[in-house]
Write a new protein. Sequence first.
Length: 210
Amino acid sequence: MKRFPGFPPEAFAKSDPSPDPLFYRQPRFVTHIDDAAIAAVTNLYSDVVPAGGTILDLMSSWVSHLPEDMTFARVIGHGLNASELAATPRLTQHFVQDLNAAPHLPLDRASVDTVLICVSVQYLQRPIDVLSDVARVLRPGAPVVIIFSNRCFPTKAVAIWNALDGVARARLVERFLQDAGFVRTEVRVLIPEHGFSDPLTAAIGWASAA
């Protein structure tokens, strides 16, 4: 397990310490951000995600925010509830795995063109382990797109996430990417805070081209 330098282990503890699969065993067929935020996610994907490739939608649910007019060779979904994943028509395959217990992805090295993590990064207790393996499965120069808001299940979000504001969360996620080995990172504010929609920020990291 890769420790996160500068933070004690309790920074990644949860107020509800029960195994995450227990929390997610009942499907939740709801959207976790509002319509304007969903549209902003889709617009970003249109800009960043390459058409025709293999997409890994990590920590996904029953809704895909991929643009309807884009086609892909494969869209692989991951989550903690099989019923939610089975209800997602954009997915061509899916798997269930608790990344906090087992961060290694069951995918080959350099086999994925883009990895997406939408409004879920706050639940990772081993973010460097998970994102290091994301870097492994990405093709050279390919992106991971991490999108987050202030919406979450607070008892399942890690302590450091609950303690930070939106700007600090963006810095934290960018540091996750850098410590996981992504050679270039960028933060984009998609919807600013204190507006009429859920705030939304994206942190993007590009895998090494070597």
